[in-house]
Design a protein around this ligand. Structure first.
Ligand code: GLN
Length: 489
């Protein structure tokens, strides 16, 4: 069948699995240095059109690849990610590499240290190719808020890849990295994964250290992987998860072997389907694809149970109050004194602050600083911020009760398929409302995976969100793997 997505140019290309690549590298059949060069070549070909990478870390990547090749030649033990080329969302810092967070205000900033997740990936042998485009300070759902231009969806380049980790999802879909890291505050890993047809993981809050992450909303921010398949995503999470003395909110819970766990059968698992996620506003083609995923789980022996999560209707306002309040505090540090951009000609210090922030921040970031400052101001604090925190508690308790009866909850990841570039960029409220399916788990602190579950008639990817209770990533991976397997993968 001729479809929209197929008639336009397509950049889609599936990377080899991590296990295949690693064993080829370990046996010497494939050189990590050659694989790295191949990825840089592909990046050079595709990046001018897709705008995925903001900067490349070639020297560091090739040095690491050479170390892996030398170790493989000597027969030394290799890490689980030995020689695997990965990309890093540009809100995570790497020593000496530019870190922009998609913002003009960080132009020229070179961090003096590595994020913990970066250190752990490299310790496992990974080759880090470069820093990846995203919405400014991770605020957005389309990647159109980047100061460095939008990312295009590799499946349909006239459409958005989702956001804010749009580049991280697009990189995997276009095989410009085997896997990537992104961050998710209100949906920024799950929704772009869904839009680009790849797997994205929201780990439990505290599962992965946030040390070295440029903060958006600290009580919501999570770091997680994107990959072409569930097993690879599980392997990556296993590498980056675990306690870190640099992040007091990181969990000391032991890290399971997620990749092995993801292969366990799902027969007998109880799967909740919340009515609130299947109501008004859900695109009929998205509904059909998600329902086919649910049918596949039933066929695999899962027990499908209708459930209700009535607090869902308050999630968008609660999220956009908590997230903007925290952002307004976190972004106060960008004042032209310590980092990146400084407005050149100002007579006084306060003028310098004002001009730097006015010229350095984009429109969406300014909107959020204003909203958040308002919500926290005396006289409004109780009505907005405190109320939002109360809703957050109710939502978390509601999920907790639900997980007493079911092992996982499945929903659409996004109520709509990827939209056209420019289609929603003039309407912030429409953009916020489309986050309805993802902000709930963000507020509740629970974990989840977005896994491809089909496509629209025109070939646009649809993702299913699989949610599990705190620290039950293994269950989310298992269910996601069953959905993936039903797609013949
Ligand atoms: N789209 C949501 C927002 O704009 C979520 C962003 C995120 O998870 N970083 O806030």
């Amino acid at each position: 069948m001729q479809t929209d997505a197929q008639t336009t140019e397509s950049f889609v290309e599936t990377p080899k699995t991590l296990a295949e690549l690693r064993s080829a590298i370990a046996s010497g059949r494939l050189k990590a240095t050659e694989l790295t060069a191949e990825y840089y070549q592909r990046i050079q070909q595709k990046n001018p059109r897709l705008n995925v990478y903001l900067s490349l870390t070639k020297e560091r990547a090739l040095a690491q690849a050479a170390r892996v090749d030398a170790a493989a030649a000597k027969g030394d033990p290799l890490g689980p990610l030995a020689g695997i080329p990965l990309g890093i969302k540009d809100v995570l810092v790497m020593q000496g590499a530019p870190a922009t967070a998609g913002s003009r205000i960080l132009q020229g900033y070179q961090p003096p240290y590595d994020a913990t997740a970066v250190i752990r990936l490299e310790a496992a042998g990974a080759v880090l190719l470069g820093k990846i485009n995203c919405d400014e300070f991770a605020m957005g759902s389309s990647n159109e808020n980047s100061a460095y231009g939008p990312v295009r969806n590799p499946v349909a380049p006239d459409r958005v890849p989702g956001g804010s980790s749009g580049g991280s999802a697009a990189a995997v879909a276009a095989n410009m990295a085997v896997a990537t890291l992104g961050t998710d505050t209100g949906g920024s890993i799950r929704q772009p994964a869904s839009f680009c047809g790849v797997v994205g993981v929201l780990p439990t809050y505290g599962r992965v250290s946030r040390y070295g992450l440029i903060a958006f909303a600290s009580s919501l921010d999570r770091i997680g992987p994107f990959a072409a398949n569930v097993r690879d995503a599980a392997t990556l999470l296993g590498v980056i998860a675990g306690h870190d003395p640099h992040d007091a909110t990181s969990s000391p819970a032991p890290v399971p072997d997620y990749a092995t766990e993801s292969d366990k059968p799902v027969a007998g698992l109880r799967i909740g389907v919340p009515a609130e996620y299947f109501g008004e506003g859900l695109d009929p083609e998205v509904r059909a694809a998600v329902e086919s995923g649910i049918d596949a789980l039933r066929a695999a022996g899962c027990i499908i149970q209708p459930i209700s999560l009535p607090t869902t209707k308050y999630a968008i306002p609660a999220y956009y109050l908590v997230a903007t309040a925290e952002a307004s505090a976190n972004l106060a540090r960008f004042d032209g004194v310590r980092y990146g951009y400084r407005s050149p000609a100002s007579a006084t210090l306060s003028d310098m602050y004002r001009h730097t922030r006015d010229e350095g921040f984009g429109a969406e970031v300014k909107r959020r600083i204003l909203l958040g400052t308002y919500a926290l101001s005396a006289g409004y604090y109780d009505a907005y911020y405190l109320k939002a925190q109360q809703v957050r508690r109710l939502l978390a308790e509601e999920f907790l009760r639900a997980f007493a009866d079911v092992d996982a909850i499945v929903t659409p990841t996004s109520p709509i398929p990827p939209f056209k570039l420019g289609e929603k960029s003039g309407d912030p409220l429409a953009m916020y409302l489309a986050d309805i399916d993802t902000v709930t788990a963000s507020l509740a602190g629970i974990c989840g995976v977005s896994v491809p579950c089909g496509a629209t008639a025109s070939g646009l990817p649809v993702g299913m969100q699989v949610l599990a209770a705190h620290l039950q990533e293994s269950t989310a991976f298992r269910v996601a793997r069953a959905v993936e397997a039903s797609q013949g993968k």
